[in-house]
Write a protein that binds this ligand. Structure first.
Ligand code: ZN
Length: 299
């Protein structure tokens, strides 16, 4: 049997570990609650050690919550850096795996890796400049420009852009510990729940919460469209599982653009332009396998 890759979706509430080569070849998968770094990474290492008895694992890819250091030339490459998540600041995730397995380790942000998954097997196969947004506990954005995952000074932090906040329409102050009413602070899952007194999945589709949520999401997406000119916008995460919000976002974005972007893709309608992830909740774990394959090829 040909060699497999390990993929890790390292999230703030759970870690998903998988072994395989793609969506049609997942040979093993496990979900672990995110506990302390020592406990969680210990269980991750145990899982892949057991899997190595059955499969040759050529490399491991990690899709990590952040902020992270994704720069391979940095002494802290593969670290989760200044996260507010208790116990996880300055955690050497990739170095710990490298020490345990001595195989190539790919490491990037959860959203960049999910973008890679969608580019490899999902909604973004036909494009090379696009964004992947997750709207959940936080708001994160990653993606590709000309076929390269986006890095720079560190990595994009699209969730923390400033958007207009009409305090009369929405007196809620926002949830972001750094900025209050940035995009994430106004439109993440916890903001929905705090503003309306119940979580998004319990708010009925006709609730006024959704028109405000769509308005905020559309403001952020429109800014990203103006800056990056993506050929596609993929929107995943827990809030977007309420799929009735997509048509509201399409409507709001169209109205905000006001005919300015003269691309047939946008002028013909946004149904095929702002879309859910084709891999559903599996973009991260599958993207991590694609990232491992890249790390293996590069080594
Ligand atoms: Zn913020």
């Amino acid at each position: 049997m040909k060699a497999a890759y390990g993929g890790i979706e390292a999230g703030g509430t759970k870690f998903v570990c998988a072994v395989g080569t793609g969506p049609d070849d997942i040979r093993a998968e496990i979900r672990l609650p995110t506990e302390s770094p020592e406990t969680t990474l210990g269980k991750v290492i145990d899982f892949f050690r057991q899997q190595q008895e059955h499969h040759e694992i050529a490399a491991i890819g990690v899709a990590s919550f952040g902020p992270v250091d994704p720069d391979p030339d940095s002494p802290t490459f593969g670290f989760i850096t200044n996260t507010p998540k208790p116990g996880w600041a300055n955690t050497p995730v990739a170095p710990t795996l490298k020490d345990a397995f001595d195989i190539p380790i790919g490491f990037d942000t959860d959203v960049n890796v999910a973008a890679l998954g969608e580019h490899s097997w999902g909604a973004a196969r036909q494009v090379d400049t696009f964004v992947y947004l997750t709207i959940g506990t936080g708001i994160g954005g990653g993606g590709m420009v000309n076929g390269q995952l986006i890095h720079g000074l560190i990595h994009p932090e699209m969730g923390h852009i400033a958007i207009p906040h009409d305090w009369d329409r929405d007196p809620f102050a926002g949830t972001c510990p750094f900025h209050g009413d940035c995009w994430e602070g106004l439109a993440n899952g916890p903001a929905l729940e705090a503003r309306w007194g119940q979580p998004g999945e319990l708010l009925p589709p006709a609730h006024e919460a959704w028109s405000l949520e769509a308005h905020y999401l559309a403001l952020g997406v429109t800014s990203i469209m103006m800056i990056l000119s993506p050929q596609l916008v993929v929107m995943g995460g827990g809030v977007m599982e309420q799929e009735h919000i997509f048509p509201l976002i399409h409507h709001e974005v169209k109205s905000l653009l006001n005919g300015y972007i003269q691309s047939p893709t946008v002028l013909e309608g946004l149904d095929g332009y702002i879309v859910p992830p084709a891999l559903g909740g599996r973009s991260g774990a599958l993207g991590a396998i694609a990232l491992a394959e890249r790390a293996h090829r590069a080594s």
